[in-house]
Design a protein around this ligand. Sequence first.
Ligand code: RIB
Ligand code: CA
Length: 326
Amino acid sequence: MVNSQARPMIIDTDGGVDDALAIIMALNCEQIELKSVTVLAGNIDVHQAANNVLRVIDIVQPNQRPLVAKGCEKPLVRPPFNAAGIHGSDGLGELHQFKNADGSPCYPQLTIEPSSEDAIDVLVKAAQEYGSDLTIVALGPLTNIATALQRDRTTLQKVGRIVIMGGAVKVPGNISAAAEFNFFVDPDAAQMVMESGIPLTLVGLDVAMKAPLPRKDVENYAQKHPSAVAQFIGDCTGIYMAFYRDNEGFHGCYLHDPLAVGVAIDPSLVSTESVYMVVETEGKFTSGMSLADLRDRRDEATYPPNVEACLDVDTDRFLKLFYELI
Ligand code: RIB
Ligand code: CA
């Protein structure tokens, strides 16, 4: 139940597994009111991503259902790139594989549809309506937000803060040696957001990789707290966690997107540094790389800090919040 002091939030998402866990947290948090979920292509195509968001809402059954609106189907400039090999062909761990004892699907075809509203219009209208009270939590490539900036920069600049899951400051990338996935998919959009003048918090791989969720903890949780949500979390994370087991020797996953929602709820979970950051859009080997100026002799007059970059996280306190909100 949302309390009367709840702060308005919009989640912009590419509809993958960790996005789903993040949305569950937001739907269950009394301190925020999730007004809308805007969707775009990233982990999976925009239509499937919207369906995945509706699936999560259908399972959580919140008292107030956020509007779900579809946005960009591809990056601003670069060709589409997805992560179906990591999140499953449906973006949620191949939910169609799960059957009840009578053979019926555990996750049947949904009867609800996304709004007919365009996600970009939803973002611009929310910026106008809620202004500095609004927090946007961006969990995918930044194409929707960049497009909203192109459509009405002045209005978007009224937004209080954008908490971005993306980038990496002092650690390597994940989808390439240089780049984190969300920034790799649409580096041009990421750089446009860096130049936007909107207060930004970057929840990058520096802290996301310090928020692990082991497979055994998911299974233990589902046994101790049986529910449709716990069952869904166990089901949708199977393939995603197997990817990390087979490729990184860790049977679990990292809570990239849930941490971004956690930071939006409680900024004290992380320590940050104000830095000037750019995103490489031309590099043959470094496209999508987030480059922060960490030099002692940085020229802040010429290159003023444009992002609060998260460099450390209180993992135990975050995981406590995560389990409270799922
Ligand atoms: O690099 C991790 C990010 O890319 C997460 O948001 C994940 O869902 C994918 O979008
Ligand atoms: Ca995501």
